[in-house]
Design a protein around this ligand. Structure first.
Ligand SMILES: *Cc1c(COP(=O)(O)O)cnc(C)c1O
Length: 417
């Protein structure tokens, strides 16, 4: 038994791989350093079997949960952290962080264009849906990226100088935008620019897809808070659900009051036997992220060989696990996604179709066959069905399976030619 791959596609794959030695050793070196950081944090906090027992009911005195908070805080270089399966997704964690950091009359500034699609509803950018920041009287300003897709540093300075600005949101990854993802160094420069104008403003970073891609995180270079999803990078493919927040203690505490209730905050929240998966996932995360980054780089190289434009290019230094491939037309997008689906370990027999996904303003096609529903640290491809018909490819629990998925996608694509 082998996968249905033609000699032509296998040969293209081998050719792509030959050109990636340097990239792969760079990625391995980052994984090695991050693995050491994780191990050292586990050792410092004396991780033991007893941490995995977990709690039920209210979840008081969950030692494993509370020690994991401390481990995340160490890894992100912060005073405090909150790692919880009670966050239903990354959007929920970011929402709690924003509601914690902002009060009626305050203004939020999004520093690098529109935030991730699902946050538009949280902020109330496009409508006055019930419960949004806007409904609570919290203002919003957005600084768009420049014509060449770079952060508009002068625009950001001007925006945060306005009265009432209390928090700045920086999104590390591109999400469904076409701008480049930000490096940790670029985030440092933005933090410095904001601080020069308004030292007291809270700087929140949507860290989704960025964790462990570099050896430092935004909170190491001036951000007050990072937020992300456990079914992406830091869950290592094992965390079954959840999110995390790491940063300044007052901001973490305020977010905890939003996650549960004022007065209870972080004291409640049973872990229901999931602590082991969160620990083991974090332990694997630096390696798993490296597998995903290698899959992305391989996908970029292969598509370049076929004459498509990959962004970032296959030789670019990576800042997140996302790979954009520009197809320019809907049919090729569907073919590529169908092939990715065929490579999945779960649901490989289904055919992905564009659908009206909640929180998005156009149809979206999503190819994924994951062990954990929607986990985009597992190989997945999605594309908003709108110009310029770009596929966002991400994940890959192992490089070998990620590579197989990409090869099957190319096989499907070439059938259409
Ligand atoms: C995934 C993601 C989120 C959160 O999405 P969820 O599906 O709610 O976990 C937010 N911002 C970015 C940039 C993301 O990639």
């Amino acid at each position: 038994m082998t996968l249905q791959l033609s000699e032509r596609v296998r040969a293209l794959g081998a050719q792509a791989e030959r050109g990636l030695t340097e990239q792969f050793s760079r990625i391995d070196a980052i994984a090695a350093e991050n693995t050491e950081r994780v191990l050292a944090a586990f050792q410092k906090h004396r991780v033991a079997e007893s941490y995995f027992a977990g709690t039920t009911g209210y979840g008081y005195d969950d030692m494993g949960r509370d020690q994991l908070d401390a481990i995340y805080a160490d890894l992100f270089g912060t005073e405090d952290a909150l790692v919880r399966i009670g966050f239903v997704n990354g959007t929920h964690a970011i929402s709690c962080a924003l509601f914690g950091a902002l009060k009626p009359g305050d203004t939020l500034v999004s520093a690098v264009g529109a935030p991730y699609d699902t946050l538009l509803g949280v902020i109330g950018v496009t409508d006055k849906g019930p419960g949004s920041l806007r409904e609570y009287g919290i203002g919003y300003r957005q600084v768009d990226v420049t014509a060449d897709d770079r952060p508009d540093v002068e625009g950001i300075r001007a925006a945060v100088a306005e009265p009432g600005v209390k928090a700045v949101l920086i999104q590390r990854s591109r999400g469904y935008a076409t701008r480049a993802s930000l490096s940790v160094d670029e985030i440092k420069a933005l933090c410095t620019a904001v601080r020069q104008v308004r030292p007291e403003v809270h700087i929140l970073v949507d860290n989704c897809y960025g964790e462990f891609v570099e050896t430092r995180e935004p909170t190491h270079v001036g951000a007050d808070l990072v937020v992300g999803s456990l079914i992406k990078n830091p869950g290592g493919g094992l965390a079954p659900t959840g999110g995390y927040i790491a940063g300044r203690r007052d901001l973490v505490e305020a977010a905890a009051m939003r996650l549960t209730t004022p007065g209870i905050g972080r004291e409640c929240g049973s872990t229901l036997g999931n602590n082991r998966l969160l620990y083991q996932g974090l332990f694997l995360a630096p390696h798993t992220v490296a597998q995903a980054v290698k899959t992305a780089v391989f996908g970029a190289k292969l598509m370049e060989l076929l004459g498509y434009r990959a962004d970032p290019a296959s030789d670019a230094v990576r800042h997140d696990i996302i790979q954009m491939i520009h197809f320019g037309e809907p049919e090729k997008v569907k073919r590529f996604c169908r092939g990715i689906q065929k490579g999945a370990p779960v649901d490989s027999y289904v055919t992905p179709e564009p659908w009206d996904m909640p929180g998005y303003d156009c149809q979206v096609i999503m190819a994924a066959g994951a062990f954990i529903q929607g986990a985009s640290i597992e190989l997945s491809a999605d594309a908003p069905m709108r110009e310029p018909y770009t596929v966002y490819l991400q994940g890959g629990l192992t490089y070998e399976s990620g590579k197989a998925g990409v090869l099957l996608a190319v096989e499907e694509l070439l059938k259409g030619e």
